[in-house]
Design a protein around this ligand. Structure first.
Ligand code: PLP
Ligand code: COI
Length: 367
């Protein structure tokens, strides 16, 4: 499916009852992840006969959904996750948003959905952040942006839908993990897998997460923060976490991370950290890493640190790993030195405190 090049004009229908400032600031005092939402949303519709149309910035509100809406039956849905930050000098910035726009297009292609032109994706995100800029927390928090698209045609036949809704909502967030900066504990599932070759692992579609929930619940049941998936073919190779990519820091100072072979999500944080590490003269090996190697390297000390990374979680040290056969610690069980450094380097750029030599930061004018 070709990306249309059409531009759209967003109609603005501001929320008549925005949350009062005092109430919003009170809610900001205890930010978690994904529970509080801003006043507006961006919406663009697509139909086979009209293409992209009816773009608007409007009050955040429920969608009327027909019970025969295709998404409710066949899960034709994709999404993105990105953040708007308020920098130390009070500018509003996005981080590599064009990468999210591009990945959204790739996810759409995999799910047989129309490809939203990247400029419309950017326009929707920017206009929403502009109108809801008061919702970007100061200090450590950020405004998490969730662009998504779903099949909205009323039809039960199994084929790509002929109507879709694209929408962006915004949620002020604090830390993803309840423990804050504390190293996380992972559960390695040897029962469930996330993605197979030829499947949808590299697409950011809701179905991948639906399939991961039972494994994530198993992780929580074992007192862990996140689940780790192994490959579907051999149940041997480490792939990624339920919602994050994974890195290993070896005792020769090099990094290892699973390669992008089509079954894991090509994380923008992953890509940024590989670049930052190489900028620092660190060797990064994108290569298969087995669960057996992981256990052996943690025991021998060849593995010094490990961390998870993603937009929501940023960079989180991995302290303990549990599995059906027992558990092991990585290093002293706390966030490691290089993990901390890479996190600070990344956050420094996102927050406008460090030089942005790769031009990753996208400032928003007029906010
Ligand atoms: N892997 C999965 C399964 C994810 O859900 C995410 C989060 O978006 C990531 C990796 C990290 O991707 P990114 O760094 O682009 O947020
Ligand atoms: C993100 O990091 O943006 C994600 O989409 C992960 C999700 C599990 C919260």
């Amino acid at each position: 499916m070709q990306a249309a090049t059409a531009q759209v004009k967003f109609e603005h229908r501001p929320n008549a009852n925005p949350m009062p400032q005092a109430e919003r600031e009170k809610a900001f005092e205890n930010l978690g992840f994904g529970t509080l939402f801003s006043d507006h949303m961006a919406v663009v519709r697509w139909s086979a006969d009209k293409g992209w149309h009816s773009a608007e910035i409007t009050a955040r509100a429920p969608f009327p959904v027909d019970p025969a809406s295709a998404v409710l039956h066949y899960a034709q849905e994709i999404f993105e996750g990105m953040k708007a930050y308020r920098t130390a000098d009070d500018k509003v910035v996005l981080f590599r948003p064009e990468q999210n726009a591009r990945r959204f297009g790739a996810s759409a292609e995999r799910m047989a959905m129309p490809v939203l032109p990247e400029d419309i994706f950017m326009q929707a995100v920017e206009e929403l952040v502009r109108i809801d800029s008061a919702w970007i927390p100061k200090g450590e928090g950020s405004l998490y942006l969730r662009p998504f698209m779903f099949a909205a045609e009323t039809f039960l036949g199994v084929r790509p839908a002929r109507e879709y809704v694209f929408c962006v909502i915004a949620s002020p967030v604090g830390p993803y993990f309840k423990g804050g900066a504390k190293a996380v504990t992972l559960w390695v599932t040897e029962t469930y897998t996330r993605a197979a070759q030829g499947g949808t692992g590299a697409a950011k579609c809701g179905g991948n997460y639906a399939a991961s929930l039972i494994a994530q619940a198993e992780a929580v049941g074992h007192g862990c923060d996140q689940v780790v998936f192994l490959d579907a073919a051999e149940h041997r190779w480490v792939e990624e976490l339920g919602g994050m990519n994974v890195f290993f820091v070896m005792n020769d100072g090099s990094l290892v991370t699973p390669p992008l072979t089509g079954t894991i999500l090509p994380g923008i944080t992953r890509d940024s950290l590989i670049t930052l590490a190489r900028d620092n003269g660190i060797t990064v090996n994108e290569r298969p890493y087995s669960f057996d190697e992981w256990k052996a390297d943690a025991a021998s000390g060849k593995l010094r640190e490990a961390f998870a990374c993603g937009t929501a979680a940023v960079v989180a040290g991995i302290g303990t790993v549990r599995h059906a056969g027992g558990e092991f610690k990585i290093g002293n069980g706390e966030t490691g030195f290089l993990t901390e450094k890479l996190r600070n380097d990344l956050v420094g750029i996102q927050r406008g405190k460090a030089s942005d030599k790769h031009a990753w930061v996208h400032p928003l004018a007029g906010v």
